[in-house]
Ligand binder design. Structure first.
Ligand SMILES: [Zn+2]
Length: 379
């Protein structure tokens, strides 16, 4: 058996305990103190393997950068392993969704997205140290505290570290119960469409009003047609609000619209269409704010090469690695858009990210960890 795989298998109990301690340290994005507490826990666990530094996260928790101390004397270039410390689960979720081990899985908030991925990385680094397998490049681990809420605060740090790296390995979960790797992600953005109409009494003075609700309804019908499924472009008016009472012609209404684009050139055209929205009722005014937040991660030649390397290394572990594309974004979108080869989905194999059935397969922990270790040694 592959020596790394054999070592990691022997560490399974310790890995499960670490995942438990990470999941039981809740870290919702909107609770900076909790996220920073989790970051301290990770930094403690990484202390024997790295020099850890935190960076201020503004109104979010601290970002963590660990420079790993791996075997090998002459390091050439740098690899960035990227993840996030925040979860979508509010404080107190553990009370009704406790960490547990049953039916061959680990269950609990943030287990899949993405505390397992962090644990896999740390045990991969440990395996290289214990087996004295040299890593060719310097390796950084960066954990962002605001990924689930758009990565505004961490993006410059991600881009700075990616710019100096020859590859980025993203520790987000794989796709589906096969744990397919991710070689493409759609770009993500949102727009807020605000309509300002003119209020009036719905009974006494109906005609002098200009309904913002009616105008917004027409706009939504119009902009929903920007969806182009054949190109993979989707437009989702996910939030709508407006008006005050049924007997008032509404003076204000707004909608928040999510957009997804597989290619950068689709984004420009779509943004133009949103900016050009004109009122159907000339007495109404439309304000459009927002735009693309994460650029698409497009499947470049560099990404394909990186995937092929991962596939070869996985085969040595007896695993057939497959690739996938997804509509969901990650911080890998930023690094891929800079032209840095980025391979995503190297973390937990399971299902239920952001859902009550969030879980990972215990049987896939060892091969994922070994694959990360082999990538760190080879790249
Ligand atoms: Zn995630």
């Amino acid at each position: 058996m592959d020596p790394i795989l054999s070592y990691v298998r022997g560490r399974q109990t310790a890995m499960i305990e670490t995942i438990r301690s990470f999941a039981e340290c809740e870290s919702p994005s909107d609770s900076p103190a909790a996220v920073s507490r989790f970051v301290e826990l990770v930094a403690d666990r990484a202390a024997r393997l790295a020099r850890a530094r935190t960076h201020p996260g503004g109104r979010f928790g601290k970002h963590l950068v660990c420079e790993m101390t791996l075997p090998g004397r002459r390091k050439i270039g740098q690899i960035l392993a990227l993840g996030h410390s925040d979860t979508v689960w509010p404080m107190g979720t553990l009370r009704h969704m406790p960490f547990r081990q049953e039916r061959g899985r680990l269950w609990g908030p943030g287990v899949l997205d993405m505390k397992a991925g962090i644990v896999f990385f740390l045990f991969a680094a440990e395996a290289l140290r214990e087996l004295d397998i040299p890593a060719r490049s310097k390796v950084l681990l960066q954990l962002n505290s605001d990924e689930e809420v758009g990565s505004q605060s961490s993006r410059p740090l991600t881009e700075k570290n990616a710019a100096r790296s020859k590859a980025v390995l993203v520790l987000e979960p794989g796709t589906g119960l096969e744990g397919k790797l991710k070689t493409a992600r759609k770009g993500v953005g949102d727009f807020t469409i605000r309509v300002i109409g003119k209020a009036s009494h719905a009974g006494v003075d109906f005609q002098s009003g200009a309904s913002a609700v009616l105008e917004l309804a027409r706009q939504i019908d119009h902009l929903a047609a920007f969806t182009n499924l054949a190109r993979g472009v989707t437009v989702n008016p996910g939030v709508i609000a407006g008006g005050t009472r049924s007997n008032v012609v509404a003076a204000e209404a707004h909608a928040v619209v999510d957009i997804r684009v597989p290619r950068m050139k689709d984004a420009a055209g779509l943004e133009k269409k949103f900016r050009r929205l004109k009122p159907f009722d000339q007495r109404c005014r439309i304000e459009v704010t927002g735009g693309l937040n994460r650029p698409p991660m497009e499947r470049s030649a560099g990404i394909v090469r990186l995937f092929q390397t991962a596939r070869r290394l996985a085969a040595e572990l007896g695993i057939q690695a497959e690739e996938s594309h997804t509509g969901g974004g990650s911080d890998g979108n930023f690094t891929a858009a800079m032209g840095v080869p980025t391979l995503d989905g190297l973390g937990g194999v399971g299902e239920g990210a952001h859902a009550p059935n969030e879980s990972i397969l215990i049987g896939r922990m060892a091969d994922r960890t070994a694959l990360i270790a082999k990538l760190l040694a080879e790249l």
